[in-house]
Write a protein that binds this ligand. Structure first.
Ligand SMILES: NC(=O)c1ccc[n+]([C@@H]2O[C@H](COP(=O)([O-])OP(=O)(O)OC[C@H]3O[C@@H](n4cnc5c(N)ncnc54)[C@H](O)[C@@H]3O)[C@@H](O)[C@H]2O)c1
Length: 340
């Protein structure tokens, strides 16, 4: 077995403790030190994990502790600078989503990680959710037929944010799922949104992703909605899938339904609707964050390319950025082309 990966953790606010809780469960990794700019959060960490040192800056973490990899869960505006410091020091790097706030910064991280020969992975957590990996395999098996389009809704009343709009706050997961399931980068996006609570910060966004293959994805996010909804619907030429993340166990529904096109029917017949069985497959659930951390450690130890690598992070950032550009332009389609 390879040596344990020595990890330095950066950021112990709301999300960082969840990552740390899973990192310390891994036999393949060792949490060497933590860094957080907040004294209060360092104290919280030291209470929970006595014996593991906590420092206030990435510079001190890198200078004073021998680490192979750095895991970053600081606020998004700091991701680029903190990740660059780690990559420049030759450390493998895991960065929470969104990778950066601009595609230029994301490209910079991808190129820097390539040049340094280190792993760059982004926290697109849903790619490690057993229900999503089940759906990915089901689509690959061909049972769904050709995927035609999908749509997602992530709605709730709250949590209202004032620094980032609802799309940046809620949709990184949905965008990463759409790109993963369709296995394609959109050519363009068009979006409309409205800011009802904080001027200039959209609370509700409808975004349409268009793909060269003709597929389409629609994402609706809002923190100003009476329903708590986290639902994904995938429509294929043979079957249809629904993933409802609000269900405790029965999360996936497979509808054996469709439309028989005229060419599949006797000459002169009209289209026919097909109604078949509805299945609820049993999908064993494992904590996605644990799967994600295991995957990061394995990639660092073997040199494998992560399922959510830096390029994937860049693609998602470019879509988020293009949604903002489209909303600013009154909903006009915006190209999502990326260079690396
Ligand atoms: N994957 C998920 O489902 C998920 C869920 C929630 C948050 N997140 C992501 O996790 C990241 C952190 O979110 P959060 O809600 O925990 O934020 P937060 O503000 O609660 O915590 C951030 C922490 O980072 C520290 N910090 C900020 N800049 C720093 C720096 N330069 N050096 C050292 N420490 C620094 C802060 O002191 C704070 O303790 C974000 O990227 C967010 O999008 C992911």
């Amino acid at each position: 077995m390879s040596q344990r990966l020595r990890v330095g953790m950066v950021g112990y606010g709301y999300w960082g403790p969840n990552i740390v809780r899973n990192l310390v469960r891994l036999d393949s990794a060792e949490l060497v030190a933590l860094c957080d700019a907040s004294e209060r959060n360092r104290a919280r960490f030291e209470d929970a994990y006595p014996g593991i040192p906590a420092v206030e800056s990435i510079e001190r973490l890198l200078a004073e502790h021998e680490v192979d990899a750095v895991v970053i869960a600081t606020s998004a505006p700091t991701h680029h600078a903190v990740a660059r410091a780690a990559i420049d020091a030759g450390k493998h790097c895991f960065v929470e989503k969104p990778l950066t706030l601009t595609s230029a910064d994301a490209e910079d991280l991808v190129r820097s990680a390539d040049a340094a020969g280190v792993v760059l992975m982004v926290g697109h957590l849903m790619k490690y959710h057993s229900a999503i990996t089940w759906m990915k395999e089901y689509i690959a098996s061909g049972a769904l037929g050709e995927v035609l389009y999908l749509y997602m809704q992530r709605l709730n009343l709250g949590k209202v944010r004032t620094q980032e709009n609802a799309f940046w706050s809620l949709a990184p997961h949905d965008v990463s799922i759409a790109l993963y399931l369709l296995d394609e980068m959109p050519e363009s996006v068009s979006a409309s949104g409205a800011a009802f609570v904080t001027p200039g910060v959209q609370d509700t966004v409808f975004a349409n992703l268009r793909f060269a293959s003709g597929k389409m994805a629609n994402i609706h996010v809002s923190w100003l909605d009476p329903h708590k909804v986290r639902r994904l619907t995938v429509v294929g030429s043979k079957q249809m899938l629904v993933f409802d993340d609000m269900q405790a166990t029965e999360k996936i529904w497979v509808y054996d339904r469709g439309v028989e096109p005229p060419e599949a029917l006797p000459y002169g017949a009209d289209v026919q609707l097909r109604f078949g069985d509805i299945h609820v497959p049993w999908v064993p659930l494992k904590e996605p964050l644990l799967v994600e951390m295991e995957h990061f450690v394995t990639c660092c130890q073997t040199g494998a390319v992560p399922r959510s690598d830096g390029r994937d992070g860049l693609r998602v950032v470019r879509v988020l950025e293009a949604v903002d550009e489209s909303m600013a332009g009154g909903g006009t389609p915006v190209s999502t082309r990326v260079e690396v």
